[in-house]
Design a protein around this ligand. Structure first.
Ligand code: BTN
Length: 250
């Protein structure tokens, strides 16, 4: 078990037994003009959503949480917070499973021994001045359960030999860790987040396959640039900059 931490000052918390999606609730609360930052969590979701239009398995036992923020930064820069969120999730997981082989997968998954342990879904709305009116950082962490039928293999803390924490304990440590990375980002921009993310990234220097909207491409994972885009070294010696896609190893 990790040491005691305090709930981060200034962050509100809203908990549900069941909800459609904590990201959807964040969208509703933002439209209603709620004060931010606000964490929203639920014991289970009936319409949990993942990236690329996929559903997110949301039975009780795992952590489902969304942080609703108003970062007062250009909407494009806010995407960098998905890397901060991945760092916070891996900090939290390392506290509960110190011997797990935790790595980060571009753009924002958390892996344990090469299997997906957590996923992050960012949603936002822009204002006329280009800043984000709100940003929802949705986080799903497989504490007790994981789906068996996913294209990219999944796992859960319970399958790693760790005693899974109660979702509310996981959220406390996640919220504290995120507040730290959010402050690092606000004070130092993407640089400290990018450096920490690269130090924990999976597959740097190895061959990867990247699925884009209409094609797949292969190359060497060289790292990420200062916007968070993936740098893929191609056979001709050029580097392709990829803003959005899905990575497969091996
Ligand atoms: C992914 O596809 O990897 C992202 C998964 C994000 C799931 C979380 S669970 C809490 C929040 N509410 C949702 O409906 N989705 C996110």
């Amino acid at each position: 078990m990790p040491g005691a931490v305090a709930w981060p000052a200034g962050y509100a918390l809203l908990g549900f037994d069941e909800i459609d999606s904590t990201n959807e609730e964040a969208r509703r609360r933002a439209a209603a003009g709620v004060t931010m930052p606000l964490w929203i969590t639920a014991a289970c979701q009936t319409a949990g959503r993942g990236r690329r239009g996929r559903a997110w398995d949301s039975a009780s036992g795992n952590l489902f949480a969304t942080l609703l923020l108003r970062p007062e930064r250009p909407a494009g820069d806010c995407a960098q917070l998905s890397f901060a969120a991945a760092l916070a999730v891996s900090d939290m997981l390392a506290g509960f499973a110190p011997s797990a082989d935790l790595k980060l997968k571009w753009p924002n998954d958390v892996l344990a021994s090469g299997r997906k342990l957590a996923g992050i879904l960012l949603e936002s709305e822009s204002r006329a001045d280009g800043k984000a009116a709100w940003l929802a950082v949705g986080i799903g962490v497989n504490l007790a359960l994981y789906p068996e039928d996913t294209e990219f293999p999944a796992t859960a803390l319970s399958a790693l030999g760790a005693t899974p924490p109660r979702p509310r304990d996981a959220l406390l440590h996640l919220a504290a860790a995120f507040a730290k990375w959010y402050e690092a980002w606000r004070a130092g921009g993407f640089t400290p987040v990018r450096e920490a993310w690269l130090a924990r990234a999976s597959g740097i220097g190895s061959r990867i396959r990247v699925r884009l909207a209409n094609e797949e491409t292969v190359g060497v994972f060289q790292g990420i640039d200062d916007s968070g885009a993936l740098l893929l070294g191609l056979s001709g010696g050029t580097t392709r900059i990829i803003a959005a896609g899905e990575v497969f190893f091996g």
